[in-house]
Design a protein. Structure first.
Length: 121
């Protein structure tokens, strides 16, 4: 919290600060992710929290004052996502529109998700 009081928090800090209380409030791991995206408008990598609610993925982004559904975040190209279940990398799918991994974010970007690492059991 000192990071926020000092005004020095970056997007990763904000993403974690949203993810942790949602988990502590009982939200399932399968409904939460921290997503590393490429903002294509400003050509910069960025971290956001994604939460599935009623079958839709919502993007909680410290750069916006509103929660945005992933299908409306068209300038974001997902690179990786992670949670307690593992780390996944997005990669271009030859069959655009096939969903896997994160649902709409994969569809929008024409990506599939490939597991990179899973926590040890």
């Amino acid at each position: 919290m000192i990071t926020f009081f000092n005004g020095t928090g970056d997007c990763e800090d904000y993403a974690v600060a949203k993810y942790v209380p949602l988990r502590e409030a009982g939200e399932a791991v399968s409904n939460l992710r921290i997503v590393i995206i490429r903002d294509q408008l400003i050509e910069e990598d960025h971290a956001v929290t994604a939460m599935r609610l009623d079958g839709r993925w919502l993007i909680l982004d410290n750069r916006r004052m509103a929660i945005v559904e992933d299908t409306n975040a068209r300038n974001y190209r997902p690179l990786f996502f992670f949670n307690e279940a593992g780390i996944w990398k997005y990669y271009v799918d030859a069959f655009r529109g096939k969903a896997s991994g994160m649902g709409h974010l994969c569809k929008i970007a024409g990506k599939r998700c490939e597991p990179l690492a899973r926590p040890a059991s």
